[in-house]
Design a binder for this molecule. Structure first.
Ligand SMILES: *Cc1c(COP(=O)(O)O)cnc(C)c1O
Length: 362
């Protein structure tokens, strides 16, 4: 069972808004709200005051617009992947704002805008990440022929930071410089650069709008600093079987771990098929009643076994729970033990678990 604390999401939104005091705080809710459920997440953020949302594609954008329609119909919904061909009418009818990252997208959207009396869009600059966005030469080409933008109402010029998780990386300041240089060659428009970690880099990174994602959901986004965000997710797995081991025995696929006699094992109905990382085998842990219970053996598709010998027996029972993510062992601890980042844990866990949303106004 995956519990999502919507009040914690709202609290994190307010914390990030306060950090970026002079800028508007938007929210990135792509990938089904980082796996936590787009509709409840978006409603909680809207209730906390968020009026600008970022989503990956048009289908997600339509779902988001429907969710927000009765509460904040004027909220802005930006589509990060841009205007795919064949979706222009859907973008218009659901009042979505595409993010344009190539000269070709700009040409198509400008033509559409000229035919319809003008259309809003964001323009994305590549300031050093070399992923999505206009290269320096593209920006220069636009500056040389500004009429290519006729038909587009530029509501935002944005870029994305590659190394914001490391405050000491010189790439951060270099990206500001390239972003500023590109902006100066385009028509004046509000600007946005910072993701979660970028917000924490300080006011020089805030511009007019910040775009946190992960930090809203409690993920640590800056290396080597304590995570000040409120935890949002808790994950518990149900105990399907308890087994006393009489004499030394091997556990799980590949018999990778031998457990001495006298130990007590709990088999829990969660596995990599749920997005629980296989890499946690023989490395990760759970908690029962604040007692650490290490994973023994490999994680299977639907099952994982814990050594619960240290837990008082009256605290254990079939049908009871092992905490897999929680106050003792947070998302970032799980990620570290699985050699990945909290982002990946979150977006993969969200899929098969029963998700229970607490807090918020429903
Ligand atoms: C995903 C994304 C964000 C949010 O990043 P976090 O690190 O999760 O805060 C911001 N901007 C863009 C363009 C993104 O794709």
């Amino acid at each position: 069972m995956l519990t999502v604390d919507l009040d914690a999401v709202a609290a994190n939104y307010l914390t990030l808004s306060a950090h970026a005091a002079s800028a508007e705080c938007g929210a990135v809710v792509k990938s089904d709200g980082y796996g936590l459920g787009l509709a409840p997440i978006a409603r909680a953020l809207a209730a906390a005051g968020c009026r600008t949302f970022f989503i990956t594609n048009v289908a997600e954008g339509i779902a988001l617009r429907r969710t927000l329609a009765d509460r904040v119909p004027t909220a802005r919904v930006f589509v990060l992947a841009g205007p795919a061909e064949g979706t222009f009418d859907l973008i218009d009818s659901h009042d979505l704002i595409p993010v344009l990252s190539t000269i070709e997208q700009i040409a198509l959207w400008a033509a559409h805008g000229r035919a319809r009396g003008g259309r809003r869009a964001a323009i994305k600059i590549d300031s050093g990440m070399t992923r999505l966005g206009l290269a320096d030469a593209d920006v220069a080409a636009l500056a040389a022929k500004p009429d290519r933008l006729d038909g587009i109402d530029i509501t935002l010029v944005m870029s994305h930071l590659a190394c914001a998780d490391d405050p000491d990386d010189p790439m951060n300041a270099a990206q500001i410089a390239r972003f500023e240089a590109a902006r100066a060659m385009l028509p004046p428009a509000p600007a946005s650069l910072a993701n979660s970690a970028g917000i924490l880099l300080g006011p020089a990174y805030h511009f007019d709008l910040v775009r946190p994602g992960a930090a809203l959901y409690g993920v640590a986004t800056v290396q080597g600093r304590p995570n000040t965000m409120a935890p949002v997710v808790a994950l518990a797995g149900k105990i399907l079987q308890l087994r006393h081991v009489d004499s030394e025995t091997a556990v799980g696929y590949g018999a990778t771990r031998r457990v001495p006699g006298g130990h007590l094992l709990a088999t829990v109905g969660v596995g990599y098929g749920d997005g629980y990382p296989r890499a946690l085998g023989n490395r990760g842990a759970g908690y029962v009643d604040n007692v650490r219970v290490p994973i023994v053996g490999r994680v299977s598709m639907d099952l994982v076994t814990f050594d619960v010998t240290d837990v008082p027996e009256d605290r254990l029972g079939v049908g009871g729970f092992v905490d897999l993510v929680g106050p003792n062992y947070g998302l970032d601890d799980v990620a570290a033990d699985a050699d990945t980042i909290g982002y990946e844990i979150l977006t993969r866990l969200g899929r098969r678990f029963r998700r229970v949303h607490v807090g918020g106004d429903g």
